[in-house]
Design a protein around this ligand. Sequence first.
Ligand code: HPA
Length: 272
Amino acid sequence: MEIDRPLEAPFSESIEFIRENLTRKTHDIAVVLGSGLGGFSAHLDDKESLATSDIPGYPRSTVVGHSGQIMSAQVARKKVLVFSGRVHYYESASTLNAAVTAIVSHALGIKTIVLTNAAGILNEAFYPGDLMLIKDQLNFTFRNILADMRFPLRNLQPIYSDAMAGRMYEAAERASVNLKGGTYVGLTGPSYETPAEVRMYRKLGGDAVGMSTVQEALYARATDMEVVGISCLTNYSTGITSEKLSHAEVTEIGARVDKKFSGLLTSFIGAL
Ligand code: HPA
């Protein structure tokens, strides 16, 4: 069954504005930077920036550490569209707003998207500062953008591209990054998990937990993009240690892992 209306319709004004205001009309890849991971922006060459607050119809982010920029740039001689900062589901209770990065990327004809995020650790074999390739997701938001956009029933397995995962591991080897792998549990937030919830997610096979990514991944995969996910593990989830979790801790670790995070992404993009 075909979808009988343009998929980008909800953000058509934003998309038109972005198209008109960026010099590059095509990009090899889109990259979405999670909380505290905006440092990657320093590695962009020949950069053009749009503030999301200047884009008509674009949803607003209110979270500290999300600067709200869309950048078109070169990385390792590839053309990259970078979203620095995203809108979380809990900011507007809208899956469409939560996935605007993927909707815009698809509308601009981009075929591959790297979704990055800051996440809490569920798997005790992992440490704060580790990077984890997202192999699969547990969508504990119990929302699905594809239902909200009336997509027809279809099988999306695997959501995260095996081919791109292989390339990301190769990039990790070149960049001497010890890349972990695991299942990302996506929650709506904005409250952090309770210790009982953390015990449950662990039992169900979750390795990391966060409040983004799952809707973007669903939309991107459903529109035939290749999806890659990287979690920057910033903290042990509630109850694994006795430390009390704060957003400041999340952004601070993000800044500390910038070198290896940027090295990994640059190596991956350069080999596309
Ligand atoms: N839980 C949920 N989201 C997060 C966490 C966490 O522990 N850390 C960073 N984002």
